[in-house]
Design a protein around this ligand. Structure first.
Ligand code: SF4
Length: 373
């Protein structure tokens, strides 16, 4: 099992080999999905492989010539990888309207890579209006037509239903993994947990599900470190660079819950099997959240985090702000006020994927965790 775990972590570290391997074996198309909410079930139903493009630690050498200096590091990383040819095996790209950064980078892509096929998934800004349901169903039908043309075959309701089942099972398993992390934080390191989430971005979900199903019972009895006595909840877009997780590990703290976009936000809300598949996928998107990138006039993130803190007995919350991420920055003051009122300690730290120095973050995290009850 240790070997199986290493293999998944290797895929998370070096996804190209797994993706090109899949392509060689199946002859299928690879679809690159920018963060956050792309309905992967539709891509899966087309027989294609959806892969998540969430940037990385690559040195930014060329992307800065195409993007404004205030673009977030995920968008810069994705463009840099594309310019370096890392995504040459990707046949089509999907740009959801997550934020101005992703949306605007779609236009830059069109100019920079006129030969790369892409689809703009422009979600309804106001998810509570009746028009949002109709609009989104039309958008998903357009997306299906785009994929059908790309893969050269049609997608029917049976295909969609099968893919929905695979993804529902996937979300169930990810929830089990998160519960295990909360209940037995000594069973895996923070890097291993992050690697398991990341590997899922690059593998066919049925294969990933099978691997994780095999790993879960083994992880339940695995015991690789002392039970950490301070318990943290991480919130933000992602807990990267992973050195940040090493710092938390070194300080003897457990991460018992997360509200990360590259984490629990990805796996929230199942797709109902009681209705037409497109309508079901629309309903899922309209009920996602809370998330800083989604329309949420009630600002439910605070109450969601308070519930998670209570459920997982977390001692404090770390807000990991991706530099220049306006969506998250707008949420922070509201969250801060709500958590302060609830007496929940909160630490704000700012990261960039390509940052190399962690001394200041270590000092701040150390001071924060020392004062936790
Ligand atoms: S980190 Fe923020 S700004 Fe960057 S892609 Fe994600 S939501 Fe957009």
């Amino acid at each position: 099992m240790e070997e199986k775990l290493r293999e998944l972590l290797e895929i998370a570290e070096n996804p190209q080999r797994a993706i090109t391997g899949w392509k060689e074996v199946t002859g299928g198309k690879v679809i690159g999905c920018l963060p956050i909410y792309v309905p992967e079930e539709i891509i899966h139903a087309a027989g294609a492989l959806p892969v998540g493009l969430w940037g990385g630690t690559t040195e930014i050498e060329r992307a800065n010539a195409h993007l404004q200096g205030f673009s977030c590091s995920i968008v810069r990383g994705v463009l840099e990888y594309a310019l370096k040819g890392t995504y040459d095996m990707v046949d089509g790209f999907v740009f959801p309207s997550t934020c101005d950064h992703v949306q605007n980078s779609s236009d830059i892509w069109a100019k920079t890579f006129p030969d790369k096929v892409k689809f703009d998934l422009v979600y309804p800004a106001n998810r509570s209006s009746n028009a949002a349901t109709l609009y989104l169903a039309d958008l998903y039908r357009e997306f299906i037509s785009w994929l059908e043309e790309l893969v050269g075959s049609s997608i029917n309701n049976g295909d969609l239903q099968r893919s929905i089942s695979v993804y529902n099972h996937h979300r169930e398993l990810m929830e089990k993994l998160r519960q295990l992390r909360a209940e037995q934080p000594q069973s895996l390191t923070h890097r291993e947990m992050a690697g398991l989430v990341k590997a899922s971005l690059f593998m066919p979900k049925e294969q990933y599900n099978q691997e994780l199903e095999g790993l879960l019972p083994w992880l339940e009895v695995r015991d690789i470190k002392e039970v950490p006595h301070k318990r943290l909840l991480l919130t933000g877009i992602m807990a990267e660079p992973e050195e940040l997780l090493d710092v938390i590990e070194d300080l003897g703290c457990a991460v018992v819950a997360d509200d990360l976009a590259l984490g629990s936000r990805l796996h929230g809300v199942q797709v109902t099997t009681q209705t037409e598949p497109i309508d079901a996928l629309v309903q899922r998107h309209l009920s996602l959240g809370p998330c800083s990138t989604l329309f949420d006039p009630g600002k439910k993130r605070g109450s969601h985090i308070k519930e998670l803190v209570e459920k997982t007995k977390a001692n404090g919350v770390v807000f990991i702000n991706m530099k220049f991420c306006e969506a998250e920055e707008f949420d922070y003051p509201i969250l801060k006020q709500e958590l302060e009122q609830a007496g929940i300690p909160l630490l704000f730290i700012e990261v960039e994927q390509q940052m190399a120095s962690f001394g200041q973050i270590r000092t701040r995290l150390q001071a924060f965790t020392e004062m936790l009850a």
